[in-house]
Design a protein around this ligand. Structure first.
Ligand code: HXC
Ligand code: NAP
Length: 259
């Protein structure tokens, strides 16, 4: 069937995505909009988020808010709710990361990543709960394989993502009876992202990362958007409190040798 005649699976659904001025989360926003959703996106920088929204379509709402600022993110959620109505799909994907050994991190460096990734995810989900379309809403956090598997020079991000994985399970238990499913998606290395530019900045490092992966290649932003769509629809109605790995096998470790 030509795309022009394919039904849009999220027609009329309201989506709020935190941390979507670039990368994977902007890719998710673009894809969900193409599936008929009404989309609001948020990130820290006004110019960046406004341009990102405009790059999708004029009806996409771009809102400046720092996930570390509870009142700020709550105000952005309220604005989206007032514009589009109750939120069906809430995505928490803001993150900060840099390679540094623990001994090269100040207390504030460690805290900064915990604040953005873990506390920020709590803030988005906690503030977002009030604005969700209940029962039936789906809350989705973006985690990483490093939340299950340690990595060199990533103590801050590993600890933060591990916290997100546990938060997902706890809120899955608490909010299931209230009509909200809470899950996370764990992307492996995704092509053309700031994350991989920071973690594997040279062609040699990129080749090394791919060579160790079971599926031997980077994923795409669309691979992650597909998982969001699944978690957003009735196809996943009996799924909560879990992490969906869309990672080419990254969480499994080095897929080259027996030890
Ligand atoms: C050591 C560093 C550092 C580095 C910053 N810091 N970079 N320490 N090595 N390379 C320290 C600073 O010196 C400071 O500590 C503290 O961290 C806070 O830095 P700020 O620049 O003041 O913070 P802020 O402006 O809030 O910026 C946050 C940021 C920045 C994380 C540092 O890089 C950012 O805005 N990132 C957003 C985009 C991003 O990272 N995207 C990639 C996500 S990839 P002091 O002590 O000096 O005050 C991803 C991949 C997941 O998440 C897969 C792995 C889990
Ligand atoms: P990215 O393009 O840098 O995306 C991060 C987003 O978060 C940006 O839109 C940034 O926008 C926003 N942000 C950062 N700090 C914020 C804050 N305090 N408040 C609000 N927004 C904030 O990186 P990416 O690589 O696509 O990563 C996206 C997500 O996927 C992250 O959760 C990351 O951990 C996860 N992930 C990525 C990979 C990968 O291969 N790239 C692998 C596993 C997991 P502003 O600068 O405008 O605020």
């Amino acid at each position: 069937m030509s795309d022009a005649f394919r039904p849009q699976v999220l027609a009329g659904k309201v989506v709020f995505i935190a941390g979507a001025s670039s990368g994977i989360n902007l890719g998710i926003a673009r894809r969900l909009h193409a599936e008929g959703a009404k989309v609001a996106i948020a990130s820290r920088k006004h110019d960046k988020i406004t341009a990102a929204a405009a790059s999708i379509a004029p009806d996409v709402l771009g809102l400046a808010a720092d996930v570390r600022d509870y009142a700020g993110i709550e105000a952005a959620l309220r604005t989206a709710h007032d514009r589009f109505g109750p939120i069906d799909i809430l995505v928490s994907g803001a993150a900060g990361n840099f390679l540094a050994p623990a001994l090269g991190m100040s207390a504030n460096a460690f805290k900064t990543v915990i604040d953005i990734d873990l506390i920020g995810t709590f803030n988005v989900l906690r503030a977002g709960f009030e604005f969700l379309n209940k029962p039936g809403a789906s809350a989705i956090s973006i985690t990483a394989p490093q939340g299950e598997r340690p990595a060199m020079f990533q103590a801050h991000a590993c600890a933060a993502k591990a916290g997100i994985n546990m938060l997902t399970q706890c809120l899955g238990m608490e909010w299931g009876p209230l009509g909200v499913r809470v899950n996370a998606i764990s992307p492996g290395p995704i092509a053309d992202t700031e994350g991989m530019a920071r973690l594997a900045p040279t062609p040699e490092m990129e080749a090394m990362v791919k060579g160790r992966l079971a599926l031997r290649d980077y994923g795409t932003k669309d691979d992650i958007a597909e998982a969001v769509i699944w978690l957003a629809t009735g196809a996943s109605r009996y799924v909560t409190g879990t992490v969906i790995d869309v990672d080419g096998g990254a969480r499994l470790g080095d897929a080259r040798s027996p030890i």
